[in-house]
Design a protein around this ligand. Structure first.
Ligand SMILES: C[S@@+](CC[C@H](N)C(=O)[O-])C[C@H]1O[C@@H](n2cnc3c(N)ncnc32)[C@H](O)[C@@H]1O
Length: 235
């Protein structure tokens, strides 16, 4: 959990005209990288194809899980859909509300109890599950929030490529945890966030977890860089 809410602080700064620097992230397997704050305020034309596709498929009442600054919620709300955005970050919720998302609540996914026709988890939606061992509990909870004929639209990436060395070999430690489980570090304006776990899930592993629970998992679209959009439904 982002206990200091530096992510939210960065969103609030940007929204209130105090944008001076980007968030900096790194993981246990990768170097520092900038997360440009304007990207979190992207409009439809600046979204990756898999996100655009998810928005096109959204129907009925929608839950935007981890809505951040509310970019996906706003687009769907403007199209006339009834959208609820939730996020654990107080700053994100403040910003999404100020940008015009009508129904936003600061809460964790596992505390949500309403039901929806479409549940969106975008920008590595499986990240919120944190660890492979939590996937099935999260999938059970999410699908318990679906109305009849409802759908979950979720994106992630197979990050095996991050373990490739110069000779094309892989240095994945097969004794270690699943390779998509990362320790994620974030800093902003000289402050360090408490590290958190963030899960990237390859499609086959997601599909297997779904099938074990009797859910259908269909790949809708491949992105340009080992990423994909999946649609989950109850059978
Ligand atoms: C990578 S950001 C994506 C934000 C937004 N969906 C977007 O695409 O711009 C992930 C978001 O999930 C939120 N989050 C993390 N864990 C959560 C949880 N358990 N329940 C709800 N939101 C969560 C974070 O606060 C953050 O805003």
């Amino acid at each position: 959990m982002f206990l200091k809410d530096l992510f939210g602080k960065a969103l609030v700064d940007y929204q209130s005209g105090n944008y001076t620097e980007d968030l900096v992230t790194y993981t246990n397997i990768s170097e520092e990288d900038d997360l440009p704050i304007p990207y979190l305020f992207r409009n439809f034309s600046n979204m990756p194809k898999i996100e655009q596709k998810a928005l096109q498929l959204a129907k009925g009442t929608v839950l935007d899980v981890g809505c951040g600054a509310g970019s996906h919620s706003l687009y769907l709300q403007n199209k006339g859909l009834l959208v609820k955005g939730i996020d654990i970050s107080a700053g994100a919720i403040e910003v999404a509300r100020k940008r015009g998302v009508k129904n936003v609540q600061q809460k964790a996914l596992l505390d949500e109890t309403e039901t929806f026709d479409t549940i969106l988890l975008l920008m590595n939606g499986t990240g919120i599950f944190q660890e492979l061992a939590h996937v099935s509990a999260y999938l059970k909870h999410i699908t318990s929030l679906l109305k009849p004929n409802g759908q979950v639209l979720i994106d992630s990436s197979d990050i095996k490529y991050m373990y490739e060395d110069e000779d094309g070999g892989f240095w994945i430690d097969t004794q270690a945890n699943y390779y998509g489980e990362l320790d994620y570090y974030l800093s902003y304006k000289g402050e360090e966030e408490n590290p958190m776990k963030w899960l990237y899930l390859d499609f086959d592993t997601l599909k297997l977890a779904c099938e074990t629970l009797g859910l259908s998992c269909q790949k809708i679209l491949d992105g340009p860089h080992f990423d994909y959009l999946a649609k989950l439904t109850k059978l």
